[in-house]
Design a protein around this ligand. Structure first.
Ligand SMILES: Cc1ncc(C[n+]2csc(CCOP(=O)(O)OP(=O)(O)O)c2C)c(N)n1
Ligand code: SF4
Ligand SMILES: [Mg+2]
Length: 770
């Protein structure tokens, strides 16, 4: 069947206001400007996932949403891949869509980006740039945005908070043009721009922004049943190359239309953002080519050098897709030497990506004799001061004087290690298997097919050394390490741990130091289970091949936060279904704490977080907490448990069982509720009390599922300790509002859900087939 032709598209070109619009002056960061422009555009939807340093954008928009300041549907995705999917789906529904991310977030979403551009649905993605892992570093460079160069998205570079705002509006206008229809990225420097306040002007009236964009152009939509369409059909040659050629034509059209859009924006705002920002380039003999905030720094250096008589200038594109090759070629016409500084390498390519694009632009001008020197600088947020810019200019001057490029490509700012300085020494000796084997824990299969654990009172295990030594940077009152320590005491012998990204990982390692006395591996929190699964299989294979001694006996433990069981749920389920012999232990603090207290899917209904605010138009998190133990149990893994620090004997016995099953049968999983004073807004010392109330209210029941059979290991009811859910909620700052009479309906919903899950658990406890 051939596809029905889509409904003809009619576009009403938006008409800009004649003359300047009223503006207000403020003092804002790049993230604030991103959020404000999004609010003023009043996107239909934002799909997002938190990642530093872009997280604030969603947080600010959520705060505004709670206050009723915009109508954007805020969709907290389960990861950036999901977020990009949410955005793509929403654009096929014909509305305006927004996303914001950084670094790994962009990379995790990357494969969706060509889907978006290939089907030509415009949207806006704000990228607070950050270096790509590994190693993990949250500060800014351009290694993330460079990955997007081949995705078919327009890419704008915003040098300061004002440019973030302006380019968001320019990008949307350009992206929605009938001859362009491409998604757009606006990239600004993580922390340098995302978090530093600058003086800015913004349109006083949101209507000005909406008029600037005009009505949403009509596009092929999935929401018109009378005109059914096929979006994203399977496509072979010769059509595919034609499709890609159309993308190229759209980029050409964008480049051609940009000056017009820029001029119209200038008429409205008084600010001009040409495709290439040129500073004192009219008569420049030497120049530096830099993106974003570093270019601003270099302008100061230019003024100093000009006073010395050096004819220096700065070239800095405001857009890199489409690449303004002609404008750059033109700007470099009379320049004798240029230093091309890039905040990202392209390993093995003898220069960053844009070095080659500038060189190829110059190649097309037979008259051009500019000498090009390429330097990678400022990786991982390394500062770039005016002195660094001056060093670049001196390099350009030197090159011009020599009339030759001495070192065409190098890294700038690399510090060789000091060979005299002693290497950091191991603070504590490696643990021996003997000292980690107390011999006090006995686990054996019982007659009913379930394991019998003989364990001493917890205090008798206290002699066992800690596998994580004190000195880590967890907050006072944090429950992570006390709970993990209890759990790990139930595990005998050698352990290899894998930590997914989260507080536990961040506060316990910081190159060149570590708090771990056992071998520790990190992988990003969407993929730890797969990684540990690979390591486990390698271990067994090397033992089988005789490459490792048959006596080697290691227990593999993955430590994850609750957030890691959102974004990493698929790989965790995959590991469980493949049944790798390992333990997954989740510490649940009910939020993404490492990135500043955003909601996770384990955050319960109504709880306040930085992405689930409480205000006239929003009452905390909008959906119930994820029942991760039940999800994992559905993989039919041999052993699932829940635990808390307050019941050490219970937790140790469960750890011992988890170890037995991980050795003999396959994957086991446990969820441990830990106190987090920061997220829960409690005093440091009350963590145990709050966790106890969570258990006694049956919000967090203690139980295990062993070979499919559920057993409640602590029942507060027969001993008269059951308390209402409200008694737990009133203990935390993040939930106090739920105890107010006006929020009784939400409290009732939470109570009903807790009760439903508890009664189901009790039924399962009583009936082995449930
Ligand atoms: C792909 C990707 N997206 C987002 C992030 C940012 N990030 C790192 S840790 C984290 C939250 C972790 O939450 P959780 O697993 O609950 O651990 P916690 O921080 O609460 O200890 C987030 C959002 C990232 N590093 N990589
Ligand atoms: S934010 Fe919470 S989980 Fe993270 S270290 Fe602090 S108390 Fe612990
Ligand atoms: Mg968490």
């Amino acid at each position: 069947m051939t596809m029905a032709p889509p409904r003809p598209i009619t576009i009403t070109p938006p008409r800009p206001k004649a003359g300047r619009a009223a503006q207000v002056v403020g003092f804002r960061t790049g993230n604030e400007m991103a959020a404000l422009s999004a609010k003023q555009i009043n996107f239909h939807l934002m799909g997002y996932y938190p990642i530093t340093p872009s997280t604030e954008i969603a947080e600010l928009l959520d705060e505004m949403k709670a206050a009723g300041e915009h109508d954007i549907v805020m969709v907290p995705a389960d990861g950036e891949h999901g977020g990009a999917g949410v955005c793509y789906g929403a654009t096929t529904g014909g509305g305006r869509v927004f996303n914001a991310t950084s670094a790994q977030g962009l990379l995790y979403a990357l494969e969706e980006l060509p889907v978006q551009s290939g089907t030509r649905y415009p949207m806006l993605l704000d990228l607070a740039t950050r270096t790509v892992s590994g190693p993990l570093d949250i500060r800014g460079d351009h290694s993330d945005v460079y990955y997007a160069l081949n995705t078919g998205w327009l890419i704008f570079m915003a040098r300061d908070p004002q440019a973030v705002y302006d380019l968001n509006l320019i990008a949307m206008r350009l992206a929605e043009r009938a001859d362009v229809r491409l998604p757009a990225i606006v990239a600004f420097d993580g922390f340098f721009t995302s978090h530093q306040k600058r003086r800015v002007s913004t349109f006083e009236d949101d209507a000005t922004v909406r008029e600037w964009l005009g009505p949403l152009p009509e596009m092929v939509t999935a929401l018109d049943p009378r005109h059914p369409v096929t979006i994203g059909p399977y496509m072979n040659d010769p059509d595919l190359i034609n499709n890609k050629y159309q993308l190229k034509l759209a980029m050409d059209a964008a480049l051609a239309a940009l000056p017009e859009v820029v001029s119209e924006y200038e008429a409205l705002s008084g600010r001009r953002h040409d495709p290439v920002d040129l500073y004192r380039m009219d008569d420049a003999e030497v120049a530096v080519f830099l993106l974003n905030s570093a270019a601003e720094t270099a302008k100061d250096a230019v003024d100093r050098l000009r006073a010395e008589g050096v004819r220096a200038g700065v070239i800095s594109p405001n857009v890199i897709r489409p690449f303004p090759a002609a404008a750059i070629r033109e700007a470099l016409r009379g320049v004798r030497a240029v230093v091309l500084g890039e905040r990202s390498g392209s390993y093995g390519a003898h220069g960053g990506n844009l070095t080659h694009e500038v060189k190829s632009a110059l190649q097309d001008d037979p008259e051009n004799h500019t000498l090009c020197v390429s330097r990678v600088y400022g990786l991982g947020g390394r500062d770039f001061y005016a002195e660094d810019a001056e060093a670049f200019f001196r390099l350009a001057v030197d090159t011009a004087e020599r009339r030759a490029v001495e070192v065409p490509f190098d890294y700038y700012g690399v510090e060789p290690g000091d060979p005299v300085k002693p290497r950091p020494r191991r603070g504590t000796p490696p643990l021996t298997r003997e000292e980690m084997t107390s011999g006090l824990l006995k686990v054996e299969p019982g007659p009913d097919g379930r394991l019998k654990v003989e364990a001493p009172p917890y205090w008798e295990l206290a002699a066992k050394p800690k596998r994580v030594v004190p000195g880590h940077g967890a907050c006072p009152g944090c429950g992570i390490f006390p709970a993990l320590d209890q759990f790990l005491r139930g595990i005998e012998g050698d352990v290899v741990v894998l930590y997914q990204t989260g507080c536990a990982m961040v506060v316990s390692t910081g190159y060149p130091y570590t708090s771990h006395r056992v071998t520790y591996v990190h992988n990003l929190f969407q993929n730890g289970a797969a990684t540990l699964g690979g390591l486990v299989e390698m271990f067994h294979e090397r033992v089988r091949r005789g490459e490792l001694p048959a006596s080697e006996d290691i227990t593999f433990v993955m430590v994850t936060g609750d957030g890691g069981m959102d974004i990493g749920l698929g790989p965790a389920i995959g590991a469980a279904l493949r049944n790798h012999k390992m333990i997954i232990v989740e510490y649940d603090n009910q939020g993404y704490m490492n990135t500043g207290s955003q909601l996770s899917y384990s955050t319960p209904l109504g709880h306040m977080t930085s992405t689930s605010h409480v205000g006239p138009a929003e009452l905390g998190k909008a959906f119930h907490h994820k029942d991760t133990p039940q999800i994992m149990a559905a993989t039919n893994m041999p052993y699932v448990f829940t635990g808390v620090e307050g019941y050490p004997d219970d937790l140790v016995a469960k750890a011992a069982k988890a170890q037995w099953y991980a050795k003999h049968e396959g994957t086991t999983y446990g969820k441990v509720l830990i106190s987090c004073p920061l997220n829960w807004k409690t005093e440091d010392r009350v963590g145990v009390e709050v966790v106890q109330a969570a258990v006694d209210s049956c919000f967090f029941p203690l139980y295990e599922i062993e070979r499919g059979i559920t057993r409640i290991t602590y029942d507060p009811e027969p001993i008269g300790r059951r308390v209402p859910v409200g008694d737990w909620l009133k203990l935390m700052g993040k939930t106090k509002h739920l105890c107010q009479p006006e929020n009784a309906a939400t409290l009732a919903l939470i109570e009903a859900e807790v009760e439903r899950r508890w009664q189901r658990l009790r039924a399962r406890d009583k009936h082995p087939l449930l």
